[in-house]
Design a protein around this ligand. Structure first.
Ligand SMILES: [Cu+2]
Length: 157
């Protein structure tokens, strides 16, 4: 009975580690935390995809996401979506995405996002893709974008 209990506990521990890894992944660089980089799945043949994540800055200095580099698309640009005269417009954020001191920025559908253009293949839920984020002060970090279903949202952190 005792052995069984211990085994069960180990099983639960492993299970928890595996599921947290699948459900949420996060990265740390300097005073920045990068929560769950993800891409929304695309229909077959699609050539563009959106990348999202939440970036939390615990420093008393702002930082900036200046660039994203990936191999699965020809280009990755930081975009902003905004309503202008009742029309949703998308434009490139040219001087980097500012992460305020003791603050955070969430890249999400309908707002800031990474625009991946000329994908080498369509993005399927469950896949992961590597990318490098370049921050002005904290430096660069390799992350994995997980491909999520349409409608996926980050839970409040
Ligand atoms: Cu865009």
């Amino acid at each position: 009975m005792k052995i069984f209990k211990i085994k069960l506990e180990i099983f639960i521990a492993v299970f928890v580690i595996l599921t947290t890894d699948l459900v949420a992944h996060e990265y740390k660089i300097g005073n920045l935390k990068i929560l769950h980089p993800y891409i929304i799945e695309t229909p077959p043949g699609a050539v563009v995809a959106g990348g999202y994540m939440k970036i939390v800055n615990t420093s008393n200095q702002f930082d900036r996401l200046n660039a994203v580099v990936v191999k699965f698309a020809k280009s990755a640009k930081i975009h902003e979506m905004k309503m202008e005269n009742d029309v949703m417009k998308m434009r490139e954020v040219k001087d980097g995405l500012k992460i305020p001191a003791h603050g955070s920025v969430e890249l999400k559908q309908g707002g800031y996002h990474i625009m991946f253009m000329n994908l080498i293949k369509s993005m399927t839920t469950g896949e992961t893709y590597e990318g490098i984020l370049f921050f002005e002060k904290s430096g660069n970090i390799k992350v994995l974008f997980s491909v999520e279903e349409v409608g996926f949202k980050l839970k409040d952190n």
